[in-house]
Design a protein around this ligand. Structure first.
Ligand SMILES: Nc1ncnc2c1ncn2[C@@H]1O[C@H](COP(=O)(O)OP(=O)(O)OP(=O)(O)O)[C@@H](O)[C@H]1O
Length: 645
């Protein structure tokens, strides 16, 4: 197989209108893309599989929430203050970069240069001369050997690149002389930039809003309804598929970093005291490629292949269960398992709410890219929304055995307290009721030490004399029949566009013939079109048969594409190989005479010829992945029509 060539792939994707820059006639806007017919169908099929794999399989409660979100919601969730990235500016021309991405790109380029230089040195060949002008501009792309300590420093920085604060990124930029690679100009210090698109709701401009940066908040705010819908049973999950918006600083990697994208998110609610998963056994033998924090700390990037249980590094069973289910989903789509890994977040890399977090990263020509984030968000979101709105977002669990416990409690003697303290009563009461058990015991002691009297501060800051007459502090026994708790949330969050693009790279290859024809080997389930219907030519003799077969294929819900253009059959097959269409039914003169048609498979280009009924049944089984093409080849005689290929 020939080496991967991104430019050639991009050409195919453009030609076949998988996707294209939006508003291109007006010059386009970075990070905005339109999906064409095959892109749309591919995305719909990925979402369909996602729904079956997660929502149906796990009986999740799906919702479709509003995109426009009042600012208050995102202020409470922490996004207004913390959903930021660091940007740097070219001090001369004003070009903007995302600071961590720029550091990563520059250091990777330098390490590549180092690799080439070391290789040249080992082979005894002459090291390429540094282009003096380029070097002056800071654009060192030629093979330059680095000192060992510098190389190690770069490698360590890259292993922890998602982990740095703005100040640290600024220090790295200065220490390693990082400049704008295009102009060689100096860069500003990193500045924080909020990624949310701001808007106003309604004509007055008084109600500030944001386009949601994730679907999660809408799900949390419906928690009470979900729980009721689920007959108060725990654990359970809600799910949502929809668009999210992020004003990315400098989107440069095609569909991988865009400003508007489809997310599929699951919020799985668990008891914080028991994060086991009832179906953990089903995935316990599955091996995953883990890149835990400890390995990254050593500056290494080689994952270990091991089961969740063996790994002993995933915080809890539910999180581990979802990592395994994510792997099963992605590989079912056609993602290659040796190009998939699960990377644990470093401690300062974790989102403000998370207590453990793993990214499913997929390797493409852009490197290892996070395509699914899987975080334990703890009780953070439900707690902050509940505190802000005073709506109880909790679970009430009836206890089989009541819980009996003792507690130090304060009782205020209102008859004395109010009349004695008069206008200061409220302020002192506020102070007293804010005391915890330990502080109450201390107060009790100081009342005893002071022969029944002591001074306490009011909330207003002044000191007030109180006595034993005002209040009592005692140990009391309580019995609880219901336990109340705020669930923890495990959240797998999928970026559908990133998965879609990575999948395209994984299934792309070219035939080893003169024309180097491109093929996209999508599994039948996700392929945009399942079957190409081709009459040998536009001879009217084929018209009725094409119409009849189209109708029958439609009735079987098989997405077809009829190609009765005047191109050669070979060209028409090639066009559909580029679309990733796995099968083709061809109608020729023999079909008109004896009712047989051929069925061609995309990857092998082999065909079988059988009567229409048999072909339709085989095709249906193939499309539904009930049978493999290998099996079909065993059952029926196959051939390749050279002149057609
Ligand atoms: N700008 C984007 N373009 C396309 N997909 C995105 C983008 N940002 C996030 N996603 C997708 O949404 C998923 C969940 O979002 P999450 O907030 O975890 O991403 P993130 O950590 O901000 O991503 P990154 O660090 O790459 O910016 C990601 O795994 C990814 O698939």
């Amino acid at each position: 197989m020939t080496a991967f060539n991104r430019t050639a792939l991009e050409e195919v994707l453009k030609k076949r209108f998988f996707y294209a820059p939006s508003f291109q006639a007006y010059g386009g806007v970075a990070g905005l893309y339109d999906y064409g017919p095959p892109g749309c169908a591919l995305q719909a099929n990925i979402i369909d599989l996602w729904r079956k794999h997660f929502v149906l399989e796990e009986e999740m409660l799906e919702m479709d929430g509003s995109i426009m979100t009042p600012a208050e919601v995102l202020k409470t969730s922490g996004h207004v203050d913390k959903f930021t990235d660091w940007m740097v500016k070219d001090l001369k021309i004003g070009e903007i970069f995302r600071a961590d991405h720029l550091v990563e790109a520059v250091l990777e380029t330098r390490l590549d240069g180092d690799k080439q230089a070391r290789k040249a040195e080992a082979e005894g060949s002459v090291q390429p001369e540094k282009n003096k002008k380029e070097k002056k501009k800071g654009k060192i792309q030629t093979a330059v050997k680095l000192e060992d300590s510098v190389k190690a420093d770069y490698e360590e920085i890259l292993a922890k690149i998602d982990n740095y604060s703005g100040i640290e990124l600024g220090a790295i930029i200065r220490k390693h002389g990082i400049k704008n690679p295009e102009t060689g100009n100096d860069l500003s210090d990193p500045v924080e930039f909020n990624l949310m698109f701001e808007s106003n709701i309604g004509p007055t401009g008084h109600l500030k809003g944001y386009l949601r940066p994730e679907t999660a908040q809408g799900q949390f705010l419906n928690f009470k309804r979900f729980l009721e819908f689920n007959n108060d049973k725990m654990p359970f999950a809600s799910a949502s598929i929809g668009r999210s918006f992020r004003n990315e600083i400098s989107p440069r990697s095609g569909l991988l970093r865009v400003r508007e994208f489809v997310m599929a998110e699951i919020e799985h609610y668990v008891d914080p005291n028991n994060k086991d998963h009832p179906r953990f056994n089903e995935i316990k033998d599955l091996k995953l490629r883990f890149l835990p924090r400890v390995i990254q700390d050593e500056g290494k990037t080689e994952p270990i292949e091991i089961t969740v249980d063996e790994a002993k590094i995933v915080d809890n069973q539910t999180l581990g269960y979802f990592l395994a289910r994510i792997q099963l989903f992605l590989t079912k789509l056609g993602i290659k398992s040796d190009r998939l890994r699960f990377r644990q977040h470093m401690l300062n890399e974790m989102a403000h709410y998370a207590c453990d977090c793993w990214d499913a990263e997929i390797q493409s020509s852009y490197g290892w890219i996070e395509c699914v984030g899987c975080a334990d968000r703890s009780a953070y979101d439900l707690t902050v929304h509940s505190n802000r709105t005073k709506e109880k977002l909790i679970v009430r669990e009836s206890l089989a055995e009541p819980i009996v416990y003792e507690k130090t409690v304060l009782e205020i003697n209102k008859k004395v307290f109010g009349p004695k303290l008069r206008q200061h009563a409220k302020s002192v009461e506020e102070y007293l009721t804010s005391l915890n058990e330990e502080q109450l015991e201390a107060l009790k002691k100081s009342l005893q030490d002071g022969n029944g009297g002591t001074k306490v501060p009011g909330k207003d800051g002044n000191q007030y004399e109180i006595t034993n007459e005002y209040l009592s502090i005692n140990r009391q026994t309580f019995t609880e029949h219901v336990r109340e708790y705020t669930p923890n949330v495990i959240e797998p969050s999928f970026g559908i566009g990133r998965i879609l693009y990575s999948l395209i790279e994984h299934v792309y290859w070219t035939r080893e013939d003169d024309e180097q024809r491109a093929v996209l080997s999508f599994p039948p389930r996700v392929a945009p079109f399942k079957c190409l219907l081709v009459p040998l030519s536009n001879n009217p003799a084929f018209t009725d048969l094409v119409a009849d077969l189209s109708k029958r294929l439609r009735m079987l819900s098989i997405a077809i594409k009829v190609d009765d253009s005047s191109n050669s059959i070979g060209r028409r097959y090639a066009r559909n190989d580029e679309l990733g269409t796995p099968f083709a039914v061809t109608i020729d003169f023999q079909s008109v005479n004896d009712g047989t048609v051929t069925l061609r498979e995309r990857d092998t280009t082999k065909q079988i010829r059988e009567n229409v009924d048999t072909i339709l049944q085989v095709l249906k089984d193939l499309v539904e992945e009930n049978v493999t093409w290998e099996k079909v080849m065993e059952l029926y005689p196959t051939f390749v029509t050279q002149q057609l290929e």
